[in-house]
Design a binder for this molecule. Structure first.
Ligand SMILES: Cc1cc2nc3c(=O)[nH]c(=O)nc-3n(C[C@H](O)[C@H](O)[C@H](O)COP(=O)(O)O)c2cc1C
Length: 417
C-alpha cells in the first residue's frame, strides 16, 4: 500500500486518508494506555487535558485515549473516566481540543470490562457466561454472572450513546475496545462465551454482540465520523478466539464500514500484547504476520501495535505494505516526545525494557507492567517527566496502595449516592 524512494521522507511522515475521507497527518499513532486519571466518581479531570496536550505536541498523527467506560456500574479500574451522559461536556471539550488544536486526531477508546475488573470495585461483574478465571487469577478476579439479554441490549445502546457524546465534545473519532479479554472479546471467545441463545454457540453468534455495538455506534454518529476497533489477532488461550475467527471478524467489520482496525493480542490471563514465541518478542512488530494475512484477504486500513521501537522497524512495517499506521504505547510513556524524533528519522533516546519486581508470581502476570507505566503517565499529567529507571517493586507497592484506596473511595461514593 505504500512505497518509498531513496532520499524520500520516512514513510512515517506520510498522511493517511481514511475511506470516509478524513485525513490523519502521519502514520504514527499513540496506542491506548489507561490513565486512571478520572475522579473516584469517574469524571474527567484537567490532568487529562495536560497529558494529551503534551502527547499531541510531539507531532503524533493519531492519539487513542486510554479506555473510557460506558457504564459507571462496570469499571475496569478505580479512576476510569466514564462517559454515559453529557454532564462532563465542558471538560470533554477541553480534552479533545488539547489534541485537535495541535493538528492531532484524537479518538476515544470505548470499553466495558465484563469480568476483567478487580474484586470489590463493582457491585457485581457480568460476562457472556459465568466462567471462572484461571486458578492463579482467582484471588484477584471473581467469577462473573451471566448477562441477561436485556443487559446485553442495554450495553449495546450505551456504546452508541457514549460515542455520540464523544462526537459532540469534538473528539475526532472513537475506537471500540474488542481486544485484551474485555467484554466484547469475552463474547468473541468460545472459552468465555458458552451461551446457547442468539449471542453464542457459533462463530457468527459470538460475533453478533460486536457487530451490534458497531452498528449502534454508527447509527448514533452517522457515516462520516471515524469508528475504529482494537481486535485481538488471537487470545493465545486454549479454546479462545483464534486467528481464523479474527480474520472472519475483520472481514465482517470491513463489510460493515469500519474505518481502522488495530491489531493486538492476548488477555489478562495470557498476557496483554505479549506474544507467546520468544522469536516474536525479540522482533519488533509482534503482530505483523497476522496483519499480512489480513492484508491479503481484506481491504481495510490497518494499524499494528506492540513491540515497535525503532524508525527502521516502523519503516520496514510500513514498507511491507501490510501496515498503514504504526501504534506505540509504552515508548510514548517513557518518552512523551518520541514522535518528534521518529518523524525526523531518529530513534528515541529511551528504550522499553521489561519491568520486573523480582517476585516471580507477580512478574508472570504481566499486570505489574501496566501499574508501573500508569505511574509514569501520572507524572507526565502532573507536568513532570517520566522516570524510566524507577524500581518495579516500588511502583508495585505504590500502585497497590493507590488501587486499594481507589476501590475503597469508589465504593464509599457509590454507597452514598
Ligand atoms: C499502562 C498501560 C495501559 C494500557 N492501557 C490500554 C488500554 O486502555 N486500552 C488498550 O487497548 N490497550 C492498553 N494497553 C496496551 C497498549 O495499547 C499496547 O497494545 C501494548 O502496550 C503494546 O504496545 P507497545 O509495545 O508499543 O507498548 C496498555 C498498556 C500499558 C503499558
Amino acid at each position: 500500500m505504500t512505497n518509498s524512494t531513496p532520499g524520500a521522507p520516512p514513510l512515517l511522515t506520510q498522511a493517511l486518508r481514511l475511506p470516509n475521507g478524513r485525513t490523519i497527518r502521519n502514520r504514527l499513532a499513540k496506542a491506548a494506555t489507561s490513565e486512571t486519571l478520572g475522579t473516584y466518581a469517574n469524571n474527567p479531570t484537567p490532568s487529562l487535558v495536560r497529558l494529551y496536550r503534551r502527547w499531541a505536541a510531539s507531532g503524533v498523527g493519531l492519539i487513542i485515549t486510554g479506555n473510557v467506560m460506558i457504564d459507571r456500574r462496570a469499571l475496569g479500574e478505580p479512576g476510569n473516566v466514564v462517559i454515559e451522559d453529557e454532564a462532563d461536556l465542558p471538560l470533554l471539550r477541553q480534552w479533545a481540543s488539547a489534541a485537535t488544536d495541535q493538528g492531532a486526531a484524537i479518538w476515544v477508546q470505548l470499553n466495558h470490562p465484563g469480568k476483567q475488573s478487580g474484586k470489590g470495585l463493582n457491585v457485581s461483574n457480568l460476562a457472556p457466561s459465568a466462567v471462572p478465571f484461571s486458578p492463579e487469577m482467582e484471588a484477584l478476579f471473581e467469577t462473573p454472572r451471566e448477562a441477561t439479554v436485556a443487559e446485553i441490549e442495554e450495553i449495546i445502546e450505551r456504546f452508541g450513546r457514549s460515542a455520540a457524546i464523544c462526537k459532540k465534545a469534538g473528539f475526532s473519532g472513537v475506537q471500540i475496545h474488542a481486544a485484551h479479554g474485555y467484554l466484547i472479546n469475552q463474547f468473541l471467545s468460545p472459552h468465555h462465551n458458552q451461551r446457547t441463545d442468539e449471542w453464542g454457540g457459533t462463530t457468527e453468534k459470538r460475533r453478533r454482540f460486536l457487530l451490534a455495538v458497531y452498528a449502534e455506534i454508527r447509527r448514533q454518529v452517522g457515516p462520516d465520523f471515524p469508528v475504529g476497533i482494537k481486535l485481538n489477532s488471537a487470545d493465545f488461550q486454549h479454546g479462545g478466539f483464534t486467528e481464523e475467527e479474527s480474520l472472519q471478524t475483520v472481514r465482517a467489520l470491513a463489510d460493515a464500514g469500519i474505518d481502522l482496525v488495530e491489531i493486538s493480542g492476548g488477555t489478562y490471563e495470557t498476557g496483554v500484547a505479549q506474544p507467546k514465541k520468544a522469536s516474536t518478542v525479540a522482533r519488533e512488530a509482534y503482530f505483523i504476520e497476522f496483519a499480512e494475512k489480513v492484508r491479503a484477504a481484506v481491504q481495510v486500513p490497518l494499524m499494528v501495535t506492540g513491540g515497535f521501537r525503532s524508525v527502521t522497524g516502523m519503516d520496514a512495517a510500513l514498507r511491507s505494505g501490510a501496515v498503514d499506521v504504526v501504534g506505540i504505547a509504552r515508548l510514548m510513556v517513557i518518552d512523551p516526545d518520541a514522535p518528534a524524533s521518529l518523524l525526523n528519522g531518529l530513534n528515541s533516546k529511551q528504550q522499553v525494557h521489561p519491568i520486573k519486581t523480582g517476585i516471580k508470581q507477580i512478574d508472570r502476570l504481566g499486570l505489574m507492567e501496566v501499574l508501573w507505566y500508569e505511574l509514569q503517565v501520572k507524572r507526565i499529567a502532573a507536568g513532570g517527566e517520566p522516570r524510566p529507571g524507577e524500581s518495579g517493586l516500588w511502583a508495585l507497592v505504590k500502585s497497590l496502595a493507590m488501587n486499594g484506596w481507589g476501590t475503597f473511595k469508589t465504593r464509599r461514593l457509590r454507597a452514598r449516592s
